[in-house]
Each structure stands twice: as structure tokens, then as C-alpha cells.
Design a protein around this ligand. Structure first.
Ligand code: BMA
Length: 341
């Protein structure tokens, strides 16, 4: 049982409701030995099946990816009997220390899934891409972004004739979200700052990074990101929301001020890395509104929380700051303006 202060920590309205069955997947359910399962990418296949591409950590500390399928997205998971996608450092040296945190984007025009994942190389984590049609055979494209870079996902649509990727390069002085473009998923350029971490006491002051692929709505692209706040005993990973222009994703229209979900339950507060909620995927139901967020809790297990596009937009209206045109800053500079002091 949760200690009393963890039971219902606050009176804040809940945007995403945690599923009663949480955690929905743990290492205990795995058909072969793994230490932990977390941070899954997610998608719904054409037949309505929910597919999770789960990050599984072994007892060396290295991660691989394994597929779990369910008819209802909650239980009855059928897990591949052995690793679905293992690191191949012999051919792809950037995968020396494993593959992590996959984000799945379906490109409807081409009928392929593009998975952006973290390849843990000798020089640190970088962003790799692979494509698949069936989650059985995979084609690696290789490093899209060299180290230090992670937290990447492709937009499901092209802008003009270019694919667009959100990612998070990190240096000693910053860890902000960037956007880059490519004509072929191989050469990347046009790099621009998309959303910076805030500063000082903000919940997203030290580092931020994309979580799930951008969600297309009539009002713009909804982007779920994590913010990290470091404190005396470690880091707190919480989730925030921002809205970007449909035709020009570099323009931030709104940025939520508070986090909308943070570690509150026992399974989010305790585990290998305490105080972490970290989604890498969501699915949208047939009603085109219900959003199911699949997240890693405390880098230990897989959980589900449910909301809707309608509620996410309403939450941003209530809790967001308008970013465009604030203080006379034109739309094209909105990313820089997204750092309230
Ligand atoms: C981030 C990522 C995630 C992880 C989180 C908390 O940097 O590496 O895979 O869940 O840290 O440990």
C-alpha cells in the first residue's frame, strides 16, 4: 500500500488516468530472462492490435527490443519468445552497449514504420533509425544523429519534400529539443532549436526531451516531452505538453506551464531509477480522440495511462502560455521565446 502522501498527492486535475491494471507488463511476464522492461514504443496495427516495442534490459545492463502484442492494449499480451531486435555491434558499432527507447512512426503514404531509437555507442548515446513493415524484419538506416543525442521521433508527415525529426542533442551547457530535416532519412540538415529547457526552479529546468511522436490535431501538433529537475538525491522525470504549428512545426504555439504527469504511485517512485515516468509511445483509438500513453515507470516496468486529444488541448488552453507573438516576438522566433524567465 502507498504511504498516505502518495495515495492522492494533490488536488490537481488528472489529465491522464492511470490504468487500474498497472503495471501492465513486467519482467515477470517475459518468456526469457530479462532484468527489466520499460520505455516501450507503441503503435496500432491495421487490424487494431496494439503493438509495443519494449526496451528490455539484460543483466549486463545492455538493452534490446522485444515486441508484445495485445488485442485490447491492456492485457493478454503475446510476447515474442526471444529478442525481436538485438544490437548488432559487429555491423553497427554504434550499438555496442545496446539499443534503447524506441519511438515508432507510421508513414501511411509509404506503408512503412520508421523507428527512432537510442544506439548506445562507445562515444555515448546517438539517434539511430530503422524501418520495418511487419516488426519481424528490420532494415537499419544507421546513425541519424551522432552522440550525444537521443529522445528522437519522426513526424508522420513530410513538410514540403522533407522528413522532420525531433531530437535532443546534449552538451555540458544544454539539453534542449531540436528539429532537423532530411530528403531521404539519411542526410540530415536545417537543424534548429525547437524547445529549450527552462531555467531556475522550473520542473523542466535542467534537461528536456521528446517522449512520444508528435500527435496531429486540427489545432496543431501536440508534443509530449519530459522535463528533468535535479535535486539533492537525484533527478525527477515529469511530463509536459506543447503545441506546434501544423504547417511549420518550428513554431511553438503554446507551452504548458505545469507538468501534467509526474511520478506519484509506488511503481513510479520506486525501482531501478526512482521517480521516473517515461513514455516512448501512444496509440489513438478508432474514435480518433482517445490517447493511450505507454510509459516506463522507474526504469523497471511498463504502465498505461489514458486521456484524449480533446482533453489535452483543453488542458493546454487552461495551463499553457501563448508563445506566438508574445512581447512582439514573431512566430519564427517562437522557440527562443519559449523560455519564460
Ligand atoms: C533518460 C533515458 C531513459 C530513462 C531516463 C531515466 O535519459 O535514458 O531511457 O528512462 O533517463 O533513467
Amino acid at each position: 500500500m502507498n504511504p498516505r502522501h502518495l495515495e492522492k498527492p494533490t488536488a490537481f486535475a488528472e489529465l491522464f488516468r492511470r490504468h487500474d491494471a498497472n503495471p501492465i507488463l513486467t519482467a515477470l511476464e517475459w518468456p526469457y530472462p530479462v532484468h527489466s522492461v520499460f520505455n516501450p514504443g507503441a503503435t496500432r496495427l491495421a487490424d487494431g492490435t496494439t503493438l509495443l516495442l519494449c526496451r528490455c534490459e539484460d543483466r549486463r545492463g545492455f538493452s534490446h527490443l522485444t515486441v508484445a502484442r495485445s488485442d485490447n492494449g491492456v492485457d493478454g499480451w503475446k510476447i515474442d519468445p526471444k529478442p525481436t531486435f538485438s544490437p548488432r555491434p559487429d555491423k553497427f558499432p554504434e550499438e555496442l552497449w545496446g539499443v534503447e527507447d524506441p519511438r515508432i512512426t507510421y508513414l501511411a503514404d509509404e506503408g512503412i514504420y520508421v523507428v527512432a531509437y537510442t544506439a548506445f555507442s562507445k562515444d555515448g548515446p546517438g539517434v539511430s533509425l530503422m524501418t520495418t513493415k511487419d516488426f519481424k524484419k528490420f532494415e537499419r538506416i544507421g546513425f541519424a544523429m551522432q552522440p550525444d543525442d537521443k529522445d528522437a521521433a519522426l513526424f508522420p508527415k513530410k513538410f514540403g519534400d522533407k522528413y522532420a525529426l525531433i531530437h535532443r542533442p546534449a552538451s555540458d551547457i544544454s539539453a534542449n529539443m531540436w528539429i532537423s530535416y532530411s530528403p531521404d532519412l539519411k542526410s540530415w540538415g536545417g537543424h534548429k532549436l525547437l524547445l529549450p529547457a527552462r531555467r531556475g526552479a522550473w520542473w523542466d529546468a535542467q534537461k528536456i526531451g521528446l517522449n512520444t511522436p508528435p500527435i496531429e490535431t486540427k489545432q496543431g501538433w501536440l508534443v509530449i516531452y519530459h522535463g528533468v529537475r535535479r535535486h539533492a538525491s537525484g533527478s525527477l522525470y515529469r511530463l509536459g505538453l506543447a503545441l506546434f504549428d501544423l504547417n511549420n512545426p518550428e513554431v511553438c504555439i503554446k507551452r504548458g506551464q505545469p507538468w501534467f504527469m509526474g511520478p506519484e504511485t509506488m511503481y513510479e517512485r520506486e525501482g531501478d531509477v526512482p521517480n521516473v515516468v517515461f513514455p516512448c509511445g501512444h496509440t489513438i483509438a478508432n474514435d480518433e480522440d482517445t490517447v493511450r500513453l505507454y510509459y516506463g515507470a522507474a526504469d523497471s516496468c511498463i504502465c498505461l495511462a489514458v486521456s484524449s486529444i480533446k482533453d489535452m488541448l483543453a488542458w493546454l488552453d487552461e495551463n499553457g502560455t501563448d508563445m506566438v507573438g508574445v512581447a512582439g516576438i514573431p512566430a519564427e522566433r517562437s522557440a527562443l521565446n519559449a523560455t519564460p524567465t
